[in-house]
Design a protein around this ligand. Structure first.
Ligand SMILES: Cc1cc2nc3c(=O)[nH]c(=O)nc-3n(C[C@H](O)[C@H](O)[C@H](O)COP(=O)(O)O)c2cc1C
Length: 219
């Protein structure tokens, strides 16, 4: 039965026809354009609109990806939070270039953002950490993200021990947990169109003049 389902992948076809995208209708600032699309994505599906696939590059130049949640658009970039000792963090320490991708199927849209990752100022990481539910804060102390562990029980027993330890107390932000900001150098806005002739509008940062060059690229 599962195999029958999988066999369908050769024939599943979706034609995209909901919207179009032109150079004359996008904002000249890609962050503003991104905010417009993100707002529409949140309206169409608030559960997944801020999920982004984050690509980094390992020391031996292997690309790696994982989903993280976009949490802010201040500091002229895209902020997410993670563990500063995770696999991704080690890769970012080695090479701060990164790329994120959003897919908003209800709107037949995707967005690619390339850029350079910087640490979020500690005060902002503290503020965000303090806004999280008690259980998530404790969870941040429990997880040695990306490291091998013996079994599930190791996690659960540490979690319950720390739940008791912090009960009724302030949970501080672990030093190895905080935010990164992706400072964009390239945006691509992709709008699905009929017959695979999609609209793609790309912004490339021209660093020497601090301006964005906007062009249509072929599907
Ligand atoms: C919907 C979703 C949201 C996630 N959000 C985050 C997040 O905001 N930060 C994070 O560190 N991991 C998040 N994760 C887990 C990551 O995908 C990943 O497993 C983890 O960060 C370890 O990645 P690494 O070993 O490549 O460093 C999320 C996973 C999913 C499926």
């Amino acid at each position: 039965m599962e195999k029958d389902n999988v066999n369908q992948i050769k024939t599943i076809r979706t034609d995209y026809s909901k919207f179009e995208l032109t150079k004359s209708h996008v904002d000249e600032n890609p962050l503003t354009q991104f905010e417009i699309w993100l707002g529409e994505a949140i309206q169409s599906n608030p559960n997944t609109a801020n999920c982004m696939t984050l690509a980094t590059v390992s020391v031996d130049e292997m690309p790696t990806t994982r989903i993280v949640l976009l949490r802010d658009l201040s500091f002229n970039g895209l902020t997410f939070f993670t563990n500063y000792e995770s696999r991704k963090a080690k890769e970012i320490n080695h090479n701060p270039k990164a790329c994120v991708n959003f897919f908003w199927p209800e709107l037949e849209r995707q967005v690619r953002v390339e850029g350079i990752l910087q640490f979020l100022p500690q005060q902002e990481s503290d503020e965000y950490f303090n806004s999280r539910p008690f259980e998530s804060k404790v969870g941040a102390w429990v997880s040695k993200q990306s490291k091998a562990i013996e079994n599930r029980n190791e996690l659960d027993s540490k979690y319950h021990e720390l739940l008791q330890f912090y009960s009724g107390k302030h949970v501080p932000r672990p030093a190895n947990w905080g935010g990164y900001v992706l400072i964009p150098t390239l945006f691509e806005f992709w709008q699905g169109r009929p017959n695979r002739l999609h609209d793609r509008i790309q912004y490339v940062k021209e660093a020497s003049i601090n301006k964005w060059k906007i062009e249509r690229i072929s599907p």
